[in-house]
Design a protein around this ligand. Structure first.
Ligand code: ATP
Length: 255
């Protein structure tokens, strides 16, 4: 089932000579349960695309349809509620509330939405992510990898239609990156989640079901992930080095 679709999606910033076409006609269709990586050089439009998919901002033109709903037809209040219920966000900087425990952070979006907490489901997520002994810790008492696992649990707990991850392992060392990404994949599969992840790391992108390359606000390539790379958990192979943020050519060469 198609869970996410964009049609001729455009986002322009500014006017006249200084206008930036951050997204310039993106057509994208994502099936439920797919784990998609969005790769591109700095300034190519990745974050703008994620913001549009998550309804954090309105587009200049075009549509985004999430779970059958054209999100830009919603007014700001309705969009906020839709976002809270249907989108799970995972950011590079974790974005946990420092004065709340790991458990309180995980269930916060449910509480903000006045929803009851499915304790059995939350426990299942927490156990899969290996957080059962860390639930009382404040974020400051957790490692970066643990904090990101809390953020993954928080994103999963609301059972959103899609999870959007912006460089979720950007602040982690390579070993923790593998661990956290492996857990994101595993929990995504277990709970049949649809995940769209921005990354600069071509090696990480190849672990996903699908890899989309974006340049100058346009999709320039869209292909399946590397089947061999995706079996890295069993083979314990090192990931490819991170691609350069600045060089468009290197991303192309990596394919
Ligand atoms: N609020 C804004 N106002 C004006 N221009 C913006 C704004 N947000 C983004 N841009 C511009 O839109 C283009 C795409 O930016 P975007 O942040 O989507 O790129 P990105 O691929 O995520 O980059 P990075 O990898 O460096 O985070 C850039 O040229 C950027 O300068």
């Amino acid at each position: 089932m198609k869970i996410l679709e964009t049609k001729d999606l455009k986002k322009y910033y500014g006017n006249g000579d200084t206008q930036v076409k951050a997204l310039d006609g993106v057509n994208l269709s994502i099936e439920e349960g797919e784990f998609t990586a969005v790769v591109g050089t700095s300034g190519s439009g990745k974050s703008t695309l994620l913001h549009m998919l998550g309804g954090l901002d309105y587009a200049t033109s075009g549509t985004v349809t999430v779970a059958g709903k054209k999100i830009f037809e919603l007014n700001e209040n309705a969009l906020t509620i839709f976002r809270r219920r249907q989108i799970g966000f995972i950011f590079q900087s974790y974005n946990l509330v420092p004065i709340l425990s790991a458990y309180e952070n995980i269930v916060l979006p449910l509480e903000l939405d006045g929803r009851s907490i499915d304790e059995v489901f939350v426990k299942e997520i927490v156990c899969m992510l290996g957080l059962e002994n860390k639930l009382d810790n404040l974020p400051g008492q957790l490692s970066g990898g643990q904090q990101q696992r809390v953020a993954i649990a928080r994103a999963l707990a609301t059972k959103p239609a899609i999870i959007l991850a912006d460089e979720p392992t950007g602040n982690l060392d390579s070993k923790t990156t593998q661990e956290v990404l492996g857990l994101l994949k595993l929990t995504g599969e277990q709970f049949h989640q649809t995940i769209v992840m921005i990354t600069h790391n071509e090696g990480l992108a190849q672990l996903c079901d699908r890899v989309i390359h974006i340049e100058d606000g346009k999709i320039v390539d869209d292909h399946a992930g590397d089947e061999l790379e995706r079996q890295w958990e069993q083979r314990d192979i090192p990931l490819k080095e991170e691609t350069s943020r600045g060089a468009a050519g290197e991303v192309e060469d990596e394919k």
